[in-house]
Design a protein around this ligand. Sequence first.
Ligand SMILES: Nc1nc2c(c(=O)[nH]1)N[C@H]1C(S)=C(S)[C@@H](COP(=O)(O)O)O[C@H]1N2
Ligand SMILES: [Mo]
Length: 152
Amino acid sequence: MSVPPASVLERPIRLVGSRDRRLEATDFAALERASREIEIVCATGDRFTARWSGVPIPSLLEIVAAPPETTHLLVDSRDGLRACVSVEDALEGLLAVTKDGRPLSESDDCATRFVAPGIDGVRTVKGVARIETTTLAPGVDPEDRERRGPSA
Ligand SMILES: Nc1nc2c(c(=O)[nH]1)N[C@H]1C(S)=C(S)[C@@H](COP(=O)(O)O)O[C@H]1N2
Ligand SMILES: [Mo]
């Protein structure tokens, strides 16, 4: 399966860890892809399974040297949604650019999506703008760090 690199990232993605980086389309195109089957479950009860492919989250964390004490990732969309996902879940995830072999830009109306097994549908952020590592103290509710978008 191949996706023309130019069409993959329409806009750069900001990555924040120990370092701060802008991931441009050419950087993204150079990263190794992986694919995996992930079931997405919405709070409404809707669920569907798809085969997603994209860049594994650990590769992105490497680029910004995620601090070892990282407990969660904050994943922001371009439309104001913010998900706070445990790093254990996120490490199994992808910054996806295809679903069932087709570019997301054809099926969804955005080119990228954060997906990981076992996270709620609302946290599969479409149109990823930024991913930041964070360390939550024990007892802090990750949901307090989230923002709901216009439609979620
Ligand atoms: N940027 C963004 N991503 C989003 C949402 C949203 O409103 N904005 N909705 C979320 C919710 S609540 C669900 S259930 C899934 C829906 O994904 P689907 O359109 O592929 O069914 O996307 C998630 N990702
Ligand atoms: Mo949802």
